[in-house]
Design a protein around this ligand. Structure first.
Ligand SMILES: Cc1ncc(COP(=O)(O)O)c(C=O)c1O
Length: 372
């Protein structure tokens, strides 16, 4: 992509869009999981001063249900829903105990492709349920992330292919095998139910933010979302444009090496990009946007920016200096905020108040994805 292609994109009026249907909540299920608690929402006045805004809050996903990233929110709900439907457990009463009891001795294997965090989350669910998992990884996934997946007892299939190709390989591997369930966090023609449940699972994060901000008498004006295949940002848009009382601007942040949402927004249709250059933001290094996310992003997303590895590396170090555990994907949100707030034109187009409340989603801790 050229420098012009990578310039910030804005969509005036996107904030007025309303999701066709309110997105379902998975929070009641998450509350049944051992160790569930709201992840911290930490105010960082030093960053607010630097950006020239009212308040900055960092949603810290470095410890979520025992894992160092937010992805377990989606994987847990998708696995629970898929198994509940297969084994006849009511979704209103679904819990790990109910699933274990209804599965009995049936042998089910969960299968997925991952650039790290999602695969670990699926493997963790399999381990909690006492079933098998098989996880496919592309090139560029850190040793720590691969070790994390193995620690959960999953079979790891490593390859040197790009993420998009590994997703295809995982999908092909389950064909014709009734006992294997593909739990993928992105969708394509003919595969949309599981990714939908994953998106629903992510809304827990946003409903927590609403509750946490209400407690300090604040409401979000703008939310920066680290973006890979786009399921997390789909959840953000459908939550804020359908469920929440707040209507913040929502900004997609991608690595310059994998800015597929930006490319699609510019083209006005889904576009894939070449990700072979790689990025330290491993979880965001995906070349194709989830098919079910696209209409929501096209209509309801306010802005998209692309960020460089070098700036993200520096931001990780700054967060460490502030005593915060923020991995590269998480730190991309701050770099995205700098891109928006340092550009008077972009800031103006987003029509933000001078004392804006800014939310940065720190989607992983350093343990999920240590700096290479
Ligand atoms: C740490 C982290 N942040 C953000 C994302 C982006 O989520 P999505 O792929 O749904 O856009 C991922 C995806 O793997 C991730 O691992």
């Amino acid at each position: 992509m050229t420098t012009t292609d990578l310039a910030p994109f804005t969509h005036p009026g996107a904030r007025e869009w309303t999701a066709p249907e309110p997105i379902a909540s998975a929070r009641a299920f998450h509350r049944t999981l051992d160790g569930y608690r709201m992840s911290p929402l930490v105010e960082v006045p030093a960053i607010a001063d630097e950006l020239g805004v009212g308040r900055v809050f960092v949603k810290d996903e470095s410890q979520r249900l025992g894992l160092p990233a937010f992805k377990i929110l989606g994987a847990s709900w998708a696995v629970a829903t898929a198994l509940a439907l297969r084994f006849g457990v009511s979704l209103d009463a679904v819990s790990l105990e109910a699933l274990r009891a209804s599965m009995g001795d049936s042998s089910v294997t969960l299968v997925t492709a991952t650039d790290g965090n999602h695969g670990r989350a699926v493997a963790h669910m399999a381990s909690l349920l006492g079933i098998r998992a098989r996880v496919y990884t592309p090139k560029g996934v850190s040793q720590a992330a691969r070790d994390g997946i193995r620690t959960e007892g999953a079979e790891l299939i490593e390859s040197d292919a790009e993420y998009d190709d590994v997703v295809l390989a995982a999908a092909a591997s389950v064909a014709g095998r009734d006992s294997e369930l593909l739990i993928q966090d992105t969708s394509w023609p003919g595969y949309d139910r599981v990714p939908r449940w994953i998106v629903e699972g992510y809304t827990t994060l946003f409903s927590e933010i609403d509750e946490q901000l209400a407690a300090v008498d604040a409401a979000p004006d703008i939310v920066f979302v680290p973006t890979g295949v786009g399921s997390l940002i789909q959840a953000a848009i459908e939550y804020y444009r359908g469920v929440s009382r707040s209507r913040p601007a929502i900004v997609c942040v991608e690595p310059t090496a994998a800015a597929c949402v930006l490319a699609s927004l510019r083209a006005g249709e889904l576009r894939s990009v070449d990700t072979s250059a790689g990025s330290i933001m491993t979880g965001l290094c995906t070349g194709t946007t989830s098919r079910i996310a696209w209409p929501t992003l096209r209509d309801g997303l306010d802005a998209a920016v692309a960020v460089e590895d070098g700036s993200v590396r520096a931001a990780v170090a700054e967060f460490t200096g502030l005593g915060r555990d923020v991995g590269p994907c998480g730190a991309s949100a701050l770099v995205g905020a700098r891109a928006v707030f340092s550009d008077a034109d972009v800031r103006g187009r987003l029509e933000l108040p001078d004392d804006a409340a800014v939310i940065l989603l720190s989607t992983e801790g350093l343990a999920a994805n240590p700096l290479p």
